[in-house]
Design a protein around this ligand. Structure first.
Ligand SMILES: C[S@@+](CC[C@H](N)C(=O)[O-])C[C@H]1O[C@@H](n2cnc3c(N)ncnc32)[C@H](O)[C@@H]1O
Length: 281
């Protein structure tokens, strides 16, 4: 019997590439729309550092939005961007070259669930929206501890919830569409990273919540960012919401619809990120 087309290794690889490309687009748009927050965060880490970081590691770097923000914030630093995905690292290296940062931002391909790459001693390790992907984050945190010099910092950032963009009255006959779709996807509340940091040997240095509610005029990439995020949420929602909500969601991500996010002038950007900072004693 023929293997169904949907189950061949080639179609699996194609689906993985499509998913990676979609994630890469979200990461890029996220950094573009939330550039002010990224800049605030790197500035704060500079203030917490006992001296200017010159050896930085970005774990689960994705396309390198963090690695590049750090290289810009700390102009003497070399940044090793570690990721399991060659596609993500390719994007990072193209971007770093385009920005004249190729000599200071390097991709390192490694699966952190399998191996700890040889990175040398570091002043600052950054892990944004990355640790929750790992099978055993505490094992990785103990490697981070060993890789940091005494006094060096680890900064773990996680998104508390996916950004929200839509006004409350969206949802034909049933306002509150976006709240319902977030509620449908809500998992257990995140417990935070302080205990993990302590168990790995770090001294908790600071915890900061960044509450983001962008003022108008919004960055030009906002509509594309909203579309990419809402489409990503939509891909998890089959069977989780009534058909009328899914139809309404399809309408707001439809580029041809007059109600689609690309044509709306009533979007907002609201989200919260939290950063936990630990210091190696
Ligand atoms: C949500 S993205 C965050 C990317 C980036 N830190 C940012 O904030 O834009 C998570 C990244 O972790 C990477 N990743 C997931 N599991 C990994 C693993 N086991 N080893 C290394 N990287 C991993 C993924 O490839 C992806 O690029």
């Amino acid at each position: 019997m023929d293997t169904p087309a949907t189950h061949t290794p080639a179609t699996h690889a194609a689906a993985t590439n499509t998913a990676t490309a979609a994630m890469a687009e979200i990461l890029e748009l996220d950094a573009e729309v939330l550039g002010t927050y990224l800049s605030e965060l790197t500035t704060w880490l500079g203030e917490l550092s006992d001296r200017e970081p010159v050896r930085i590691v970005d774990l689960g770097s994705g396309t390198g939005t963090g690695a590049i923000a750090l290289a810009r914030r700390f102009p003497r630093a070399g940044v090793s961007a570690v990721d399991v995905s060659p596609q993500m690292l390719h994007r990072l290296s193209v971007k770093a070259s385009g920005l004249g940062l190729a000599d200071r931002v390097h991709g390192v391909q490694a699966d952190l669930d399998q191996e700890w790459p040889a990175l040398g001693p570091s002043d600052l390790v950054w892990a944004a929206a990355a640790l929750h992907h790992l099978a055993d984050p505490e094992r990785v945190l103990s490697h981070v501890f060993d890789a940091l010099r005494p006094g060096g910092l680890l900064a773990v950032t996680e998104m508390d919830f996916f950004p929200r963009f839509l006004p409350e009255d969206i949802g034909v006959g049933r306002p509150g569409l976006e709240a319902r779709l977030h509620a449908a996807l809500k998992g257990a509340p995140a417990a935070g990273w302080t205990d993990h940091l302590v168990r790995a040997g770090f001294t908790p240095e600071a915890e900061r919540a960044f509450v983001i509610d962008l003022p108008t005029p919004l960055p030009v990439a906002t509509a594309r960012y909203a579309r990419a995020c809402l489409r990503k949420l939509r891909s998890h929602l089959d069977g989780q919401l009534p058909a009328e909500d899914l139809d309404a969601l399809d309408t707001v991500t439809d580029d041809e619809s007059p109600h689609g996010v690309l044509r709306r002038d009533d979007l907002t950007v609201r989200t919260t990120r939290t950063t936990w900072v630990g210091r190696r004693p």
